[in-house]
Design a protein around this ligand. Structure first.
Ligand SMILES: [Zn+2]
Length: 311
């Protein structure tokens, strides 16, 4: 069986570069869909350049439920003549079914610290604009499931929770190409801080990728940065993949150690003040803006707080 070709497809959303990927098999597939505008502005023109047609796409594979990955799903599905099957992990399916789920997630975690009276309305407005439609997935997947894309491509689903509860990696059998979405954060994207809702799950998933999956190539959802050096982009070779998974583990260990050393001030967290985490930002010499939405700093800090790293 010869290797299937994979092509990145770029679209822009504000300060974020969004990446989808085209799997050029007998039943063509798109991994991740960007936001509402991405199918028209990024995916369709990208396919045209490759001499492929969006109406021939048969699979829409979602790595997780965040707005900038599922937002274009409904629009893309329409452009396939409603023929493509939409795939997502059960734990993130609620994000595809309902915009309100994104608002609830904001309110339960990072929104508690941002002290923005307009926060809820802003998230709802962003969801209205960036999510093209609410829908039921065709296929709900779990760890270990296999998906046959026609007779030439088989994917295995690996559950890699942490960034979100329902994050998955899709592994192309026979060539160990791995679509990992946002499950390998390094230093994060635009905000310069890694984002994970569950630090213990994030760490376990990185170890699973490093020790079990061992990607031959790693396809990332954004051009994640390392500290002080240019991003390597979104397609990493075997050596780069191993190095960036390890770097993500090392950064998680530093953040964990800071929270363990300094503790998280539970009464201050209960008052939902920004201040409970400021000493940790200082300790880590985090110079970014922690309130820049979607705030990875508060998402991640709330994750540690939930796990009991508190004074
Ligand atoms: Zn994400």
């Amino acid at each position: 069986m010869s290797a299937v070709d994979i092509h990145p497809l770029f679209s822009q959303w504000g300060r974020f570069g969004l990446y989808s990927f085209f799997i050029d098999g007998s039943e063509p597939a798109i991994v991740d869909t960007g936001v509402t505008s991405s199918p028209v502005n990024g995916i369709a023109p990208g396919l045209q350049q490759l001499g492929r047609r969006i109406e021939d796409v048969r699979w829409i594979l979602l790595t997780h439920g965040h707005i900038d990955h599922i937002g274009g799903a409904h629009a893309l599905w329409e452009m396939t003549g409603r023929k493509a099957k939409i795939v997502i992990h059960e734990a993130d399916a609620p994000f595809l079914r309902s915009r309100r789920t994104h608002v609830e997630e904001y309110l339960a975690a990072r929104g508690r610290y941002l002290n923005d009276p307009e926060g809820e309305a802003k998230i709802m407005a962003a969801c209205q604009a960036a999510i093209s439609g609410e829908m039921e997935p065709d296929l709900i997947v779990r760890h270990g499931d296999q998906i046959s894309l026609g007779n030439d491509v088989t994917l295995t689903v690996h559950s890699v929770p942490g960034h979100t509860a329902g994050s998955v990696a899709y592994v192309v059998e026979g060539q160990r190409d791995v679509f990992v979405g946002d499950a390998v954060q390094i230093h994060g994207a635009a905000n310069g801080f890694p984002s994970y809702a569950d630090p213990d799950a994030y760490r376990a998933s990185l170890l699973h990728l490093r020790d079990q999956v061992q990607p031959n190539r790693l396809f990332l959802g954004h051009p994640y940065r390392s500290q002080g050096v240019e991003s390597l982009g979104v397609v990493l070779d075997r050596e780069q993949s191993a190095a960036k998974i390890q770097e993500s583990l090392d950064i998680e260990a530093r953040v964990r150690s800071a929270t363990e050393t300094l503790g998280l001030d539970a009464p201050a967290v209960a008052r939902a003040a920004c201040s409970p985490f400021c000493c940790i930002a200082d300790h880590l010499r985090y110079a970014g803006d922690p309130t820049l939405e979607p705030s990875p700093f508060f998402t991640t800090m709330h994750g540690y707080f939930n796990k009991g790293y508190r004074s």
